[in-house]
Structure formats: structure tokens, C-alpha cells
Design a protein around this ligand. Sequence first.
Ligand SMILES: [Zn+2]
Length: 248
Amino acid sequence: MRANARHSEHADAVLLRSVDFGEADRIVTLLTSRHGKVSLLARSARRSKRRFGGALEPFSLLDVELSFGHGELGVLHAASVTRAFPVLLRDLARMTAAGAALELVREVMPERTPDPSVFACTIAMFDALSQEALATAPLALAFRAHVMGLAGFAPRLSACGVCGKRPARGQAAELDPARGFVVCRACGGAAHRLSGAMRELLICALEEQWLPAQDRVYAKDEIDAAARALHVFIEQRLDRQVRTTAGA
Ligand SMILES: [Zn+2]
């Protein structure tokens, strides 16, 4: 067993999924800073408090020791929590948003493809969800749009995808999730209306500074409509069912 411990290394990580395996093992999917998304076998993870402690729970920044052999599955040797987000864990809406964020990351990221931006924005999401003053719904929406953008699936919201006409800043528009762009009325419009405020939030979310402004208050029906539109867009792009953070 120790042969697998050769060339082990440390990495910052976030737990994306943990599945019991065999008598006492677990197979864990981590998002790591150095290797992107990785699947690892954690031997005796359900027994060894020394090597894993309570670290194989979601919503923490972890320090992990891991190694890769010849197979698909690497080995997780040890894990410890380097940063916890207790405020996040005290609120169901925040935990749900964080869970959906991790699920999207897991769905959208290819295995062993490092992407420091995705890792950084996942930690930034945990951070933001730990600030009680920040509203959860706009944050969840901005995160989903941002991650889709990082994965190369940014929806086109600045100009009509048919004629190229650009709505004024802050103007509402209609999104065609299947085609991945907004369509102006003259070109027939589309099924999902994005309010001016939501369109602006989503456009900003595709930028590097993706976090929504703290002092903005958004109407719930506008957020819900935008969340539904983005959800359909994500499903179309990923071609599978992804959990929604919308109330619908
Ligand atoms: Zn048009």
C-alpha cells in the first residue's frame, strides 16, 4: 500500500463529492488548485480520524496529500481543514447555494485540468456566502454565470445574437437558452425575459470581478426568472439535469 505514497504532494482542495466504497473506504472527488478536478481513493476514510478527521465534509478549504499512479483513480493520503466557513453552515439557503455551486463545478469541469480561476471563484463563493449581509440568490446566480463563462459557455447577453443590435445598458432583453444568446423583439424575441437589472448582473458576472454589488437590492420575481433562464441555459449546454438554486 505504501507504494502508492510515492511522490505524494500537498494541494489546496475543496470536496465536491464523497461516496462510500467497500467496507471502510471512500471515493472522493476534489477540486484542487493544482490539478483541477480529481477522483481519489481515500483508504479507510470512514475509520481513520487521524488522517482525515472531519475534513471529508463539504464547504471547507482543505489541505490534502495526494498522489497519482497509473490508473484513473489517484490516492488521497490525508486531508485537514485549513479554513472553515461556519456562517455558511448555519443557514440552509446558504448551504443549498453552496451545494449547487459545487455540483455545477463538478459537472462542468473536466478531470485533471487545472483551472486556478475556477478554484479561486469557488473559494470566493464560500467567502461571500459567509457574509450575512450578502443576499444569497443574486450571488448564486452570478456564480453560475461566471463558472459557465470560465468553462467556455458564456451566454451572449450584450447584443442580439441574430442582428447584432445592442440593447442599452440596463435594458431588459429576452434570452433564448438553447441558442445561448439574447434575441431582440425585431428578430422575434425569446422565451425568457431578463430584466434590465438581471441582464446587467449577468453581464458583470461574466467579468473577472463577478461578485454582485453588495448594496443592490433585486426584486425576487426578477431573480427567479433569471435563475430559471440560466438554469435552462446550463442544462442545454451540459445536456443533463443540474440542480437549480431557483425556488422553482
Ligand atoms: Zn435582433
